[in-house]
Design a protein around this ligand. Sequence first.
Ligand SMILES: [Zn+2]
Length: 322
Amino acid sequence: MPDLLELLDQRPVVCAEGYLFECERRGYLQAGAFVPEVVLDHPEVVEELHREFVHAGSDVVEAFTYYGHREKLRVIGKEDILEPLNRQALAIAAQVARDTGALLAGNVCNTNVYEPGAAAGRTVRSAFEEQVGWAAEAGVDFVIAETFSWAGEALLALEAIREAGLPAADACRQAEQAGASVVGLNCIRGPLTMLPLLGPVRAAVSCPVAALPVPYRTTAAEPSMQALSDPARGGAQAFPTGLDPFTCTRQELGEFATAALELGVRYLGVCCGAAPHHVRAVAEAAGKTPPASRYSPDMSKHSFLGSAPGITKSYREYASNL
Ligand SMILES: [Zn+2]
């Protein structure tokens, strides 16, 4: 398997994310604190989700250490499981990456204690260092640093990754100048409101650009998943547990991927809310035929909607009147 940059040189790379939301939806992770204790409590669930995402076309197995950092574990009073949780998450991901031939990625994310210009910098930096250290020991191919609202926090993550001698993904021009291998946008925005930002990012940097939207129908008026309000529920905020009615179709994710590729994006994926059918649509738009493509829809054989020989004509007529 070539490394990330060699692979990006050859073809687009797909990375499935969104482990937090999917494990929460399946009943193995609590919304609110959103700490990935599932890594220790139900490792089989995490392993299976890694395998489902690779089956659907992800080139990358991202260790589930998102929100598995010291600050989050302090909030739930379980700092003692910080290291076992990280090591276990990396071991699960490494096993799946080895079995499937996918790239293995470590992961650091927003710490939720960073404030621009404040003294929290040292705390943030050391939280990144310990996680990146465990990732390096696990033999990751690269580290994804993601979901930063401040460039300053992204740069602290990047410093920690660079010092461990690892390439970094996901952080724009500043990050590129500071040594990131891939930069771009992930999370928060859905396809419709992320797409207009990609051209300017592509124009600002010379390294490969990443785009991993959330699969939700964000709009110009409500550009982020956090801003979405549900008219069927009196305009209540949909984030994070009532986003279901805003879920994008697989077609919308495929169309996003096609448009992003045309803008020169090379590293594609789906973030919070991603399900395997979204990942497959992105992978197929990128020209891949993952194992799950064997089961991609063929409506020509549908009993009521199909046109293949053997489909009863009266059924088709019946369906057209539904
Ligand atoms: Zn996300």
